[in-house]
Write a protein that binds this ligand. Structure first.
Ligand code: GLN
Length: 477
């Protein structure tokens, strides 16, 4: 069954695909040769489930999206204090390859090339002569680390690596400048070599989404359950990605999108909603800052259409299913005939109640509805009880209502017990179009019945409705 989330992703991709502005990176032939129309989008939620669309299986080079990962490795190995002595955390407001340092002669942050080359240098032995096989050994460890974050064995693109190394005059200038300040404890060429290799690792948007979810999850990869890095490191990555990840215009990014993110000139963007999910986007046409044009737009839409801005304030970010039970313990009502009651007693286990609690936003609705879908063979009627839900996001409401329609389509029924009229209020608000004027409801989700059938004020009413539904199925047979 194609889920409602897939519909949203498709809609966002379709909206962004019309934009053909921007140019693919052409400083090396391998990047200039990619399909400029390639476009992939993936979302990895907190339990590791991945939604993806478009060219989500196409590999591209990670480029600068590697910067937070190498920084994470350095933080894990040397500790925060030692790394902070070498690399600042201030946004530079300058281009990624600007040759710039702060007044302590530290690169301003780890997301620009100067900081990234320095972070790579910290992984190498502090000697002036570094043998090639030593760089290769450290690179193997680096690939192990990246792979642990992506839950997949990653590989280098040898051609891109060779080209990066052959053409990197500007990066060489940066490394030698750092060296002239005494900032490097290792050989500048070794640091550069490691940096070029890390930029040349091939990834897909699924990989980036999983890495993002690992950061979102405090360093625990949700697909493997393994801790790739500490919660403290995750917090640090989120901080620098928020202030420095998208180069210039950090303020605009935080207000307009509100997702810590990192872009690369290969066309990839990794974005994170802390505590909730990771996003990977790929589209190689770049804007003047070196960020993917469609990637930026897709992030904008995810944030506004799905309510994924990190400062979308809710009290409990994750809705939980408080309990699930069938109605075997609830007596059949007295209003039916003896024969009807007899039948209804045989199918009490076909009615399942799901009690939710928390604030129902995109993430919460997604996980609750996926559970309902997974259980679909176990019930004829699903009663979703939301008396403990105080706030329901417009997008979550649309998803819940779309779920009702999905069940209708397979001859089942969803009912909602909503004593406080939360769904009703949210529909009214949405009609006035004040709460989410930007909400783009995908085509196939438009036009659901606005009269909200099967939304009940009490559980008793919902059960009577469920019994009617079962009896109707019975007599229709
Ligand atoms: N390899 C590229 C460089 O070092 C990476 C830059 C980027 O993705 N922004 O210039």
């Amino acid at each position: 069954m194609s889920s409602h989330v897939d519909g949203y992703l498709r809609h966002i991709m379709d909206t962004c695909a019309v934009d053909r502005t921007g140019e693919v990176a052409d400083y090396i032939p391998e990047l200039a040769a990619v399909d400029p129309d390639g476009f992939g989008l993936s979302l990895c939620v907190h339990d590791g489930h991945i939604y993806s669309d478009g060219d989500s299986g196409v590999e591209f080079t990670i480029q600068s999206v590697s910067k937070p990962l190498t920084y994470a490795m350095a933080l894990g190995r040397l500790g925060v204090e030692a790394v902070d002595a070498k690399i600042g955390v201030e946004p530079s407001g300058e281009a990624f390859n600007e040759i710039s340092v702060d007044d302590r002669r530290r690169p301003k942050n780890p997301m620009i090339n100067a900081g990234a080359i320095l972070a790579a240098s910290l992984l190498l032995p502090p000697v002036r002569e570094v043998a090639d096989d030593m760089v290769a050994k450290v690179f193997d460890e680096l690939v192990d680390f990246y792979s642990a974050c992506a839950a997949r064995r990653l590989r280098i693109d040898e051609q891109v690596y060779a080209s990066e190394a052959a053409t990197g005059s500007r990066n060489r200038a940066i490394a030698y400048m750092l060296d002239s300040f005494g900032a490097l404890d290792t050989a500048p060429d070794a640091a550069l070599d490691l940096y070029y290799r890390q930029c040349s690792i091939r990834v897909t948007t699924d990989d980036l989404a999983v890495v993002g979810a690992t950061i979102a999850n405090g360093g625990v990869n949700p697909r493997t359950g393994r801790q790739a890095f500490s919660g403290q490191v995750a917090q640090r990555l989120l901080s620098v990605m928020t202030t420095c990840g998208m180069y210039d215009g950090a303020g605009d990014w935080v207000t307009g999108v509100g997702l810590p993110a990192k872009s690369g000139v290969g066309g990839g963007i990794l974005a994170v909603l802390p505590g909730q999910l990771g996003i990977g986007v790929y589209s190689p046409r770049l804007d003047e800052h070196g960020n993917s044009v469609r990637g930026v737009e897709a992030c904008r839409h995810l944030s506004s259409d799905l309510g994924l801005h990190m400062f979308n304030v809710t009290r409990e970010s994750r809705v939980t299913i408080r309990s699930v039970f069938d109605i075997s313990d609830i007596e059949v009502g007295p209003d039916w005939s003896e024969a009807e009651r007899g039948f209804l007693r045989t199918c009490r286990d076909r009615v399942r109640v799901y009690e939710l609690q928390g604030d129902l936003t995109f993430t919460g609705a997604e996980s609750a509805l996926r559970r309902l879908e997974a259980d679909i063979d176990d019930y004829a009627v699903a009663i979703v009880e939301i008396s403990r839900i105080d706030v329901i996001d417009p997008v979550a409401r649309t998803m819940v209502l779309a779920m009702k329609r999905t069940l209708d389509d397979v001859g089942k029924r969803a009912m909602i017990v909503d004593p406080d009229g939360v769904v009703r209020a949210s529909v009214d608000r949405h009609r006035r179009d004040t709460i989410a004027p930007n909400l783009n409801v995908p085509e196939d989700l438009r036009g659901f019945d606005p009269t909200l059938p099967h939304v009940h004020a009490t559980m008793d009413q919902a059960i009577v409705d469920a019994e009617e539904f079962l009896l109707k199925q019975f007599t229709d047979r």
